[in-house]
Design a protein around this ligand. Sequence first.
Ligand code: ZN
Length: 241
Amino acid sequence: MRYAIVSDIHSNIEALDAVFARIEPSDAVLCLGDIVGYGPNPNECLARVRERAAATVLGNHDVAAIDGHGIEFFNPNARAAIEWTQGVLAAEHLAWLDGLSYELRLDDMLLVHGAPVDYFAYVLDKNAAARAFAATTAPLIFNGHTHIADFYALRGDGTIEHAFRQHGGRLELEPGTRYIVNAGSVGQPRDLNPDASFALYDAGARTVEWVRAPYELARTQAKMCEAHLPEALARRLAAGR
Ligand code: ZN
C-alpha cells in the first residue's frame, strides 16, 4: 500500500490540484489538516479532500474556522483570513469538518496536525521531537503544521537525528528506529521553496519520498487580491516563507 500524505493545504486549490496530479489513483490519501485558512478557495479544497482522502485529521485553522476556537493565538493576517473563510464556508463542509478528530492511528502510523497529544504544538527542534516521541508509542508519526518538509529519527540508543527535505528526497525507514515525518505544506510552504510539498509513504518498501510540485501561484495570488485577503499572505507564497 502506498500513502500520499498532504498537509496545510490552506485553501490553495491550484497547489492541491498540482499535488493530486502527481499521485496515482491507487494511492491512499491521508490529510493532516489545515485544509482552510489563508487562501481563497476553502470550499473547493474541502470538496476535493472529501472526495479523495481516505482519512483526515483537524488542523488549528480548521478548528478556528468551525467556531473561532484558538483564534486569539492567530496573528492579525491569519485571523482576518479565518474571518473571511467563516463568511464563505458552505454549511455542509463546516459540518463535515466538525466531525473530524485530532488524531488517527492506522497500523504503525499516527496522524496528527502538530504533535501527539499536544495536537497543535510545533515540532521545530530536537527537544520538541523528543517530547512528541515520548507522548506516543507509534513507530511512525506523520505531521505538518510547521510548513517545513523534514524528519526526525529516534534511534534505539536514544539519539535523535534531524534532516530537511525542502527540495524533496527520500528516506529508508530502518527497523528499530522511530520517525516523525513532516510532509511540508501543500498550499503555503515556509521552507524557502514555493513549490507545493507532500510525501509518499510506501508501507511495503518502507520508504518515504518527499515531492515538490510547482503550480501557478500567480493565479492563487490574483484570487487572494480579488477576495481582499491580506496582501502579505499572497506575497509569501512566492517567497515560500
Ligand atoms: Zn498550517
